[in-house]
Ligand binder design. Structure first.
Ligand SMILES: [Zn+2]
Length: 337
């Protein structure tokens, strides 16, 4: 029997950062347009070698990310980025994309926080219309900034909820500060009907996942893979059906694990923790959504039945309207049939 194509497996993509979704060729064009000098790590064919498990490595990763972001200056650049992210997702079998953005980073060039968010949300709406992909936004606060900034962002995210914002996140270096510093921001987001999806359990251990659950009442965790080090925590995630947005290629690229086989996909799977595989920052890590499922198949021996179940888990973890969720789950069954 022919091998089923993972690019046609219907899935939801719940962990993709805004600038990090950019096509490398688009970055080259935009850098050229604005005369931005790209370091070799961003202008070559090979993804950069990063090791973010120490603070210097993480700083280097952030610096590359900042340079790439500095190439997004005009509304048309934002529209292009969003449209291409949607096109790439469709190509990889995604039916639903929740893209993560901190609009603060784009505000200075786009006329302020609110105009930046308006431009992003308009772009998402157009991309959804043009590609047929379901697309929503998770507004993410930056934990390197002051918690008051996060509260402002949370209020803004709630205000624009009916324009396609479904969640509130927290990103950047987990080693800095505590999740609880951001509890007020998350309370605002949750009270406003947004899903709480902070990063945790990537650069630091199981405690950071626990903090996300206890202090931020997270219902989804960005990464969360380090929970694998603590069976009781896995049991808790499984029991409460907290979806972990697991990004295998990112974990290896950033040195969280040495090789794809070390990413604890099987540990989470066996514990019954729902996962939504994600690409995180394809621009920097060199692989997109379907490639994450390929790692599960080729390195971890997931069968097609199990891959279909992984896809279902991503769909169940998504903030999708119920009717669309059922349609997408049925499409997963069709893939398997
Ligand atoms: Zn991330």
């Amino acid at each position: 029997m022919a091998v089923r194509d993972l690019r046609t497996l219907p899935k939801a993509h719940l962990h993709l950062h805004f600038t990090g979704s950019m096509r490398p060729s688009t970055l080259l064009e935009l850098a050229d347009k604005y005369g931005v000098h790209l370091p070799a790590a961003l202008s070559g064919g090979e993804p950069p070698k990063l090791r973010a498990t120490d603070e210097r490595g993480w700083f280097r990763f952030q610096r590359l990310y900042d340079i790439a972001r500095s190439c997004l200056r005009e509304p048309e650049d934002i529209r292009r980025l969003v449209r291409e992210a949607a096109e790439e997702d469709v190509r990889d079998g995604s039916h639903w994309l929740e893209i993560q953005v901190d609009p603060t980073s784009y505000a200075p060039r786009l006329g302020g926080l609110i105009p930046a968010l308006e431009i992003i949300l308009d772009a998402v709406e157009s991309a959804e219309r043009d590609t047929g992909l379901g697309m929503r936004v998770v507004v993410a606060a930056n934990r390197m900034k002051h918690p008051l900034d996060a509260r402002t962002l949370a209020r803004l995210a709630v205000r624009f909820r009916d324009r396609g914002i479904v969640g509130f996140g927290l990103s950047n270096d987990e080693r800095r500060g505590f999740a609880r510093d951001f509890d007020r921001a998350f309370a605002i987001a949750r009270a406003g009907g947004l899903l709480a999806a902070p990063h945790g359990g990537e650069l630091t251990g199981p405690f950071s996942v626990r903090d996300c659950l206890d202090d931020l009442q997270a219902t989804r965790i960005g990464h969360g893979v380090r929970a694998a080090e603590e069976p009781e925590l896995l049991a808790r995630l499984a029991e409460r059906s907290i979806t972990c947005e697991v990004c295998p290629a990112s974990n290896v690229a950033l040195g969280v694990y040495d090789k794809p086989g070390d990413v604890p996909l099987r540990t989470l799977w066996d514990a019954g923790v729902p996962m939504a595989l994600g690409a995180d920052d394809p621009l920097l890590f060199g692989s997109r959504l379907a490639a994450q499922y390929a790692i599960a198949r080729e390195t971890h021996g997931f069968t097609d039945e199990q891959l279909a179940e992984l896809a279902r888990q991503s769909v169940r973890g998504a903030s999708m309207p119920q009717e669309r969720r059922e349609r997408t789950l049925a499409a997963v069954d069709d893939w398997l049939a």
